[in-house]
Design a protein. Sequence first.
Length: 151
Amino acid sequence: MIAYQLSVFAENKPGRISKVTGILAKAKINIRAITISTSDEFGVINILVDDPKQGYKVLEKAGLTVSLKEVIAVLIDDKPGGLDKLVQLLTEENINVENAYGFVLESWKRAVFVIDVDQLDKTQEVLKRSGFETLNAEALSAVEPFHYMKY
């Protein structure tokens, strides 16, 4: 299954993140995960949202440089070796991970690892054949992390 990631190219200056989050908030688009990578003067903000196509539209309309990229959200075990099992498989299959990030769904049980790979179709086949479960955009936006602590 395919998920979608918004990637926003932005200057590395104060207020750039808040501009993106403000646009999404005003459009009532929920951010599910976000990563920020910078290099000197510019950076990329990668975002998973509950409505990726609408998120793309509102960010583009606001004049931001944004892309909508197909990624794979893989469910992995949240335990030592859970991620290693996945990346070892990708290495064996000569699949390059170009960008990735993850988050825990339920402590010591399940996590999601989002990968941007060089061979999307092959990766989907390999993951399916190896018993990994993936989440599409709808399933990813519906994910409810387990809250095990009271604040």
